[in-house]
Write a new protein. Structure first.
Length: 328
């Protein structure tokens, strides 16, 4: 599976074929879905209730698409079923090994859906699943009610406000994604929605060039007026301070990858605007993933779930992926 987006970021030397493991995982989830007895699903009663609701509830509006439910089922199966299943443990080992190679400090799982399938609904379902279980099972380390949702831009950030339980257009109630008696639990979710630019550490003391030179001349050493990691995190996500096992949801996650330095041959191919664009994309990706690593060091991240509906490629091809869409 070779992806070529035209800018030389992805080449044959970075070839990565995740199709066999994806197909095997989907087969395992398919078999699990076919079990009639909910008591044999290997999930909590709360999770079982949500699964039954998504699969069988008579929705007054648009019901969740199969690919949306399948995406959430995959995350649930990996989190709740696989740790207690011999074959499931193989998938977890595969993901852990792939992450150790590509994202040593982070545990990332990517769900790639067909364009237009509705990633926002999938995010809402994931948040509901985690929050309901975290509220009703406070001693469990498997679940959380703290979420960091990261987007590549302001427009997308505004569109995702429907993930906030108190929003007038909240998906949990308006789209009937959660049974009525569970809505009070979902209201306890702590959700920060931001764009990756917020991770850039800011100057906490505004100095003119002349003022900086004057002060440095007096003290001798260069002045460090940038925020610390801790100050940046306090600014971006104060609502999450004190929470553990935070779950990150990366929207349009193909923008978040660990930079692969271009060799001389690749540099020669990129000229002018193309080269500048590639450098800008790499810098944005570096800021995004470095920000996640900073949050992990200071607060601790249980997992990063990447979502993308981009049909062409994932830039970071070493990132393990669980693709979830019919017809792809």
């Amino acid at each position: 599976m070779v992806f070529d987006e035209g800018a030389g970021v992805s080449t044959e030397r970075q070839e990565y074929d995740p199709t066999p493991v994806i197909n095997e995982l989907r087969h395992r989830v398919d078999q699990w879905r076919g079990i009639d007895n909910a008591n044999a699903w290997g999930v909590t009663p709360e999770t079982a209730r949500l699964l039954q609701h998504w699969r069988h509830h008579e929705f007054t509006g648009v019901r969740p698409f199969f690919c949306q439910i399948e995406a959430v089922e995959t995350a649930i199966w990996l989190a709740e079923v696989a740790p207690n299943d011999k074959q499931g443990k193989r998938f977890l080992e595969h993901l852990a090994n792939a992450n150790n190679d590509a994202n040593p400090e982070l545990m990332r799982l990517a769900l790639k859906l067909a364009t237009g399938a509705g990633k926002t609904t999938v995010m809402a379902m994931l948040i509901a699943w985690q929050t309901v279980n975290a509220v009703r099972r406070p001693q469990s380390k498997r679940f959380t009610r703290g979420f960091l949702v990261i987007t590549p831009g302001i427009t997308i950030k505004d569109r995702l406000r429907v993930l906030q339980p108190n929003d007038p257009d909240s998906y949990y109630a308006n789209r009937e994604l959660v049974p009525g008696d569970m809505l009070i639990d979902v209201n306890r979710a702590k959700i920060v929605i931001t764009n990756f630019h917020a991770f850039k550490r800011r100057e906490y003391v505004e100095l003119s060039k002349g003022g900086r030179a004057l002060l440095q001349g007096r003290v001798g050493d260069s002045l460090d007026t940038l925020e610390t990691e801790g100050q940046m995190i306090q600014r971006v996500m104060p609502q999450l301070m004190g929470l553990k096992n935070i779950l990150v949801l990366n929207d349009e996650a193909h923008h978040c990858y660990r930079e692969k330095p271009l060799d001389e041959e690749e540099k020669e191919k990129l000229k002018g605007d193309e080269r500048r664009e590639a450098e800008q994309n790499n810098e944005a990706a570096r800021l995004w993933i470095s920000g996640l690593e900073a949050v992990n060091r200071n607060l601790g991240l249980e997992r990063v779930i990447d979502l993308s509906a981009l049909p062409s490629f994932f830039v970071d091809q070493d990132m393990p992926r669980a693709r979830s869409s019919r017809g792809q």
